[in-house]
Design a protein around this ligand. Structure first.
Ligand SMILES: *Cc1c(COP(=O)(O)O)cnc(C)c1O
Length: 472
């Protein structure tokens, strides 16, 4: 009789798990160590990856060796390597060894922290680490869970912004007695698409995308003008989104001036600092944060630029009551003495999903393994290398920078025009060592160089510059 194959590949055999986990960690280590030798994006056509997969799911258990081998055969050839040191596209989606270990630990522990009582450590570590970040980023003390506000980890900044809009809608409904269709949301015309998407999901009748100044920052006078016009047409201002580091060019809106208008008009004031927020761990960037005392909610992404892998987006509120009042729905099976005591945080009331992974664990691992000092060094390196690149662009006769370098994003054009800019981007991206993004602002093509991969060094930025200078 042939032995039962499944018995040899018991997925619940813990000693096999130990061996397989070691093999996988070796694989991940070799993957990261080997990245520089690979093109940033693997050449792949639509359908290439699926063509390597069997038509049907396996009927019989397979040995883990075969599963692992398919990372090399199926997965890697179908990747854009976001952790590549030559990744200068979009914004980074950082990861780091401590984050990977935190993710593994969270998956292994496997708790679902919807309520404090369904895993107290998941809730309390999250609250505590986000209170640490209040001090590390120098945001208002009132945002701590030990004060009136508090932080929660969400899947992304888009979700955090959408959540803030829903709270804004409910508050406006209570205050002004109007329907969502009569409400208006305002933000810069440079804001991330998640502002527009969030407004649509929330059901706001209108979203106004404000004009920007020569630094691509929203103009407070422009906001006042549209509000006046909207009030005259019988609409109710409900929400303002300020941006600290827009996706296009990392522009920074005047948070204080927009916040003052928000206060006067009784609007909810949300800050999207998905990218720029991480830089605030270094004091020299905090002038971009002036006005946070006039902010109701704020989001930033450790999964962009704070060495923590997706999904890990911080949302802070200055006052947690309107958030919880909006989102708390208590069916009988979720009632429990701890919640009813009012002494604990139940994070299910802080966002749309019920079930939630232990996201704080990887962030905790990262903060402890890098130390604030290690993270500051990384941010200071990236921003310094970006400034050097910007200086070189400024000194080049055929290139022109089109936006201030507030953080580590350099936005440039070829002086010969859109076609020259696009072909420069295409040349960079076909080399294999680098990946940059070509985009458009004000009808003009431009090239974004975002310095921020965990593994990028000055040498990679220098190599990119040499290539640009040779091909411009
Ligand atoms: C990346 C980005 C977002 C979206 O973040 P997700 O976490 O992917 O939802 C929102 N706003 C800005 C400014 C961004 O750069």
């Amino acid at each position: 009789m042939s032995p039962d194959p499944a018995a040899h590949h018991d997925p619940l055999d813990l000693e096999a798990f130990r061996r397989n986990a070691h093999a996988l960690v070796d694989w991940v280590t070799d993957y990261l160590a080997g990245l520089e030798a690979r093109p940033v994006r693997e050449p792949v056509e639509p359908g290439d990856v699926r063509a390597k997969l069997p038509d049907r799911a396996p009927e019989l258990a397979e040995p883990f060796d075969e599963v692992l081998a398919d990372l090399d055969r199926v997965v890697v050839p179908g990747l854009a390597h976001w952790q590549h040191p030559g990744w200068f596209a979009f914004f980074p989606a950082q990861s780091s060894p401590p984050a990977v270990l935190g993710e593994l630990a969270a998956a292994g522990i496997g708790v679902q922290g919807m309520l404090w009582s369904t895993s107290p450590a998941a809730t309390e570590i999250e609250s505590h680490v986000l209170d640490w970040l209040v001090d590390l980023l120098g945001v208002p003390q009132s945002w701590k869970t030990t004060a009136s506000g508090g932080g929660v980890l969400q899947a992304g900044a888009s979700t955090a912004t959408h959540t803030a809009m829903v709270v804004a809608r409910e508050r406006c409904r209570e205050r002004a007695g109007v329907t969502a269709e009569q409400m208006v949301a305002y933000t810069s015309n440079q804001a991330h698409s998640s502002l527009e998407k969030g407004a649509r999901l929330t059901g706001f009748g209108h979203i106004r995308l404000l004009d920007v100044d020569s630094d691509l920052a929203a103009r407070p006078e422009g906001l006042l003008e549209v509000i006046t016009a909207d009030r005259e047409s019988g609409l109710t201002p409900a929400f303002v989104g300020s941006n600290v580091g827009t996706t296009g060019t990392a522009a920074v809106d005047p948070v204080r001036a927009l916040g003052e208008i928000a206060r006067r008009e009784q609007m909810w004031h949300h800050v999207d600092a998905a990218y720029g927020g991480s830089a605030m761990i270094c004091e020299e960037f905090r002038h971009h944060h002036d006005g946070l005392d006039l902010v109701d909610s704020y989001t930033f992404n450790p999964h962009k630029w704070l060495a923590t892998n997706l999904e890990c987006s911080v949302m802070w509120v200055a006052d947690r009551r309107p958030l919880i009042d909006t989102l708390s729905v208590v069916p009988p099976y979720l009632r429990n003495p701890a919640s009813e005591s009012g002494q604990v945080i139940d994070y299910r009331d802080w966002h749309a999903p019920l079930g939630r992974p232990f996201r704080a664990l990887k962030l905790w691992f990262v903060l402890r393994s890098f130390g604030a000092e290690g993270l500051r060094r990384m941010i200071r390196n990236h921003t310094a290398w970006a400034r050097t690149l910007a200086d070189r662009v400024d000194a080049h006769p055929r290139l022109e920078r089109i936006a201030p370098v507030h953080f580590a994003l350099v936005s440039l054009v070829h002086r010969d025009g859109d076609e020259a800019t696009d072909s420069l981007a295409a040349a960079i991206n076909s080399d294999g060592r680098f990946y940059v993004t070509a985009s458009e602002v004000d009808g003009r093509r431009f090239l974004r160089v975002s310095v921020g991969s965990t593994w990028t060094t000055q040498h990679h930025v220098d190599a990119l510059w040499e290539f640009i200078a040779d091909h411009a």
